[in-house]
Design a protein around this ligand. Structure first.
Ligand code: ATP
Ligand code: MG
Length: 457
């Protein structure tokens, strides 16, 4: 697809100079590409123009250029400039500086938000920095960048971006594309390649490991071998990433329409075990249901996203963690707890194990618990229970969850089909369906035992 937009690309990469110097600056002139400034977001163009009119350098950069060159719809538009955050803020009325680790400016136009980033310097120069710059750039013992606010040139900025295909700069006024790391070539070759030394770059920010998997899944690109080789070994570094950021990244992985492909690559690269150790352990132990429910949940999520239906992190997390919950709940039942208490205790335990990795917000853990506990209630449909259950605010999610369990191979005596028919039926038919059910009441055997115990006493 990239070849449609990049005219005569091979001509550029046969240039001797470019092959000699990996950080050569390649500029594509307007007649050499067909990126049309008219298809770009007007607000992003306005931000670039205002900055350039004030004698700053400004470009559109990152995912928006990558996606446009591939003929995809960009998710958002990012601007890179040599103006410092306070200078950007000064130029735009509705703007604010956000972030501490990595300061950027959010420029707001109604509902559209444009992120403006000041060119960063290459962090590998950390040892040569002045005292003032040292305050702006901090690195932990593991190599993690805890603050990254040293500003530099466009070339510096290009070398500290994550992937070559994400480091393309577009000047919409001059209509030129700037490439410092052979990103255009990688786009054309459908290759994911990290910029710089992969191990160092993963250590600085382990989220880059997840980004490699995410973009490989999203674009269907191959991962370059040097980029791929250290990934499994460095996966443990993900534990240095803040838990809210990890949660956000899992949503991007599983809820952007390529959840299944992302999961498969995460598993292949040894990253899934870091994100969801409980699910990963069961899958590794050969629990077929555990892998089938993950694959099915993500397949369904991808389909829903494609048909523009709502998806919620609560449902996905509930599905991915369900086999773990079931397993622990069974242990508690075997210890003599009632099914609902056993499920409750298991839910707390499983959520409690996941939160220190991905900080699932409370509103989602509450929903997960409801989806799980409704699984015990959906089989009990006698009297007017079915009617009441169908009016429960979480019924729809719980019903979808039952269908998912069956799709993934759990045998629930046709429960999903029963509820499907019930919801489509009129009141008389619903009544009839309920009357034909076997009783929900507990069997007599229990009361006999109680009587027996009494006599004993
Ligand atoms: P999309 O928005 O479609 O998910 P994107 O590439 O635009 O993809 P963003 O998270 O919006 O991703 O980031 C914008 C740009 O910032 C990236 O294209 C990349 O150049 C840079 N970037 C983002 N995260 C990192 C990171 N962890 N390390 C280095 N550079 C990064
Ligand atoms: Mg983006």
């Amino acid at each position: 697809m990239a070849t449609i937009v990049l005219k005569r690309l091979s001509k550029f990469f046969n240039r001797d100079a470019l092959q000699q110097d990996a950080v050569n600056h390649l500029v594509m002139q307007p007649h050499e590409h067909s990126l049309n400034p008219k298809v770009l977001c007007n607000r992003a163009l306005e931000v670039v123009r205002v900055l350039q009119d004030n004698h700053f350098e400004a470009y559109l950069v990152g995912g928006c250029i990558r996606d446009l060159l591939l003929g995809l719809n960009p998710k958002d538009f990012d601007v890179a400039t040599n103006a410092e955050p306070h200078e950007v803020k000064h130029l735009f009325r509705r703007s604010r500086i956000v972030g501490r680790r990595f300061q950027i400016v959010h420029v707001q136009f109604g509902r559209t938000l444009i992120e403006v980033t000041t060119f960063r310097s290459n962090s590998t120069k950390i040892n040569n920095l002045s005292k003032n710059k040292n305050r702006r750039l901090q690195q932990s013992a593991s190599g993690l960048l805890t603050r990254d606010n040293v500003f530099g040139s466009i070339k510096d900025d290009a070398s500290r971006r994550d992937l070559t295909i994400n480091a393309l700069y577009y000047d919409p006024v001059k209509n030129t594309i700037h490439d410092f790391s052979q990103g255009l070539k990688d786009l054309d070759d459908r290759t994911i390649r990290i910029i710089g030394d992969p191990a160092t770059r993963y250590r600085e920010d382990p989220v880059r490991l997840l980004r490699v998997a995410r973009f490989a899944a999203k674009l269907g690109f191959n991962v370059d071998s040097k980029t791929l080789n250290p990934m499994a070994k460095m996966a443990e570094n993900l534990s240095h990433v803040s838990t809210p950021r990890m949660f956000d990244e899992t949503l991007k992985l599983f809820m952007s329409g390529q959840g299944l492909a992302s999961f498969r690559l995460l598993a292949e690269y040894g990253l899934f075990a870091q994100i969801m150790p409980q699910a990963s352990r069961l899958i590794e132990q050969g629990d077929h249901f555990a892998s089938r429910i993950v694959e099915q949940a993500l397949t369904n999520t991808d389909l829903r996203i494609r048909s523009k239906k709502k998806v919620t992190p609560a449902f996905i997390y509930a599905a991915l963690l369900w086999p773990s919950v079931q397993k622990i709940a069974l242990d508690y039942e075997n210890q003599g707890h009632s099914p609902s208490l056993a499920l409750n205790k298991a839910a707390s335990e499983v959520i409690g194990n996941q939160i220190p990795i991905t900080a699932i917000p409370r509103r989602f853990t509450v929903a997960m618990r409801e989806i799980w506990s409704l699984q015990l209630m959906l089989p009990k449909r006698g009297g007017n229970k079915a009617k009441r259950l169908s009016e429960h605010p979480r019924f729809r999610a719980a019903y979808d969850f039952t269908l998912l369990r069956e799709q993934a191979g759990e045998s629930l005596n046709g429960l999903g089909d029963w509820w499907t028919t019930y919801q489509e039926a009129g009141e008389d038919k619903q009544q009839e369906m309920v009357e034909m059910l076997p009783s929900d009441r507990p069997r007599k055997r229990r009361s006999r035992r109680r009587k027996h115990q009494k006599t004993d006493a």
